[in-house]
Design a protein around this ligand. Structure first.
Ligand SMILES: [Zn+2]
Ligand SMILES: [Zn+2]
Length: 258
């Protein structure tokens, strides 16, 4: 289903969103774009349902409608492309994982002292999290974030580890914290040491490039090198929110697979 063979890497994309959550297009439009781009496998996914106070655009009714529609599309396009129905499972999801072909384990929020905070929704929210939850200490924020990421396998049967350093979305050029700071390095290394033991691939994720937040994929090169050194596996993913960005810049970044 998810091939870890490097020769298949540019022919599969498991991370894309549709109008069922925060994407622009329908699942069918995403599938057609994947066919158009010559992919052999396309995984269309949904964000999981979290507390409605922090993410209102997906609920259990939408989750069911999404799965029903994907069932139809799988059948409709089976002679042209392998279609999979996935979910981007947030660590703070409230319900249990349903019937999906695969699960991407991600962390978009943190919960501290019983309050939810955003990591990636907007730069303003990111700053608010640093200030209100960590007194402006970005390294404490990073330590908390990576300690949470480390636990994704505790809450779901994860197949792909999503954008592991999402916390750097607004930190291009070390705008808020230095990614070489020993506290930051120690925090991500500790998470990776644990995550590699599950033997599932980490994403090389283009989502923040296509949307103009970063010039390089997640994870940063230092983290990527560390994952490789620890024997971790990698796959490419677009994290696209529109049909034009399916398999976004795969040609440019496939060399990172090593
Ligand atoms: Zn995500
Ligand atoms: Zn995503």
């Amino acid at each position: 289903m998810i091939s870890l063979d490097k020769k298949d890497a540019i022919f599969q994309d498991f991370h894309m969103h549709t109008h069922f959550c925060d994407g622009k297009n329908s699942p069918e439009e995403m599938i057609l774009s994947a066919i158009d781009k010559g992919l052999k496998t396309v995984g269309v996914c949904l964000h999981s349902v979290v507390d409605q106070s922090i993410q209102e655009y997906v609920d259990l009714v939408k989750e069911k409608n999404f799965c029903d529609e994907m069932k139809v599309l799988k059948e409709k396009y089976k002679d042209k492309i392998k279609v999979l129905c996935g979910i981007e499972w947030d660590l703070l999801t409230l319900n249990s994982v349903g019937e999906y072909d695969y699960v991407i384990g991600s962390s978009h929020f943190i919960k501290k002292d019983d309050k939810y905070f955003f990591i990636d929704r907007s730069e303003k929210e990111f700053l608010r999290t640093a200030k209100e939850a960590f007194n402006g200490d970005y390294y404490a924020f990073a330590e908390y974030y990576f300690a949470q990421v480390e636990r994704i396998f505790d809450v779901a049967k994860v197949d792909i580890i999503g954008h592991i350093d999402l916390i750097t979305k607004f930190n291009e050029g070390n705008k808020y914290f230095d990614v070489k700071n020993p506290r930051y390095v120690k925090a991500y290394q500790k998470a990776i040491d644990k995550l590699v033991t599950f033997n599932k691939p980490f994403e090389i994720n283009m989502g923040a490039i296509s949307r103009g937040y970063r010039t390089e994929p997640y994870p940063a090169l230092d983290i990527l090198e560390y994952i490789k050194k620890k024997g971790g596996k990698l796959i490419l993913s677009s994290d696209s929110h529109s049909k034009d960005n399916v398999a976004y810049q795969y040609d440019k970044w496939a060399h990172l697979l090593g």
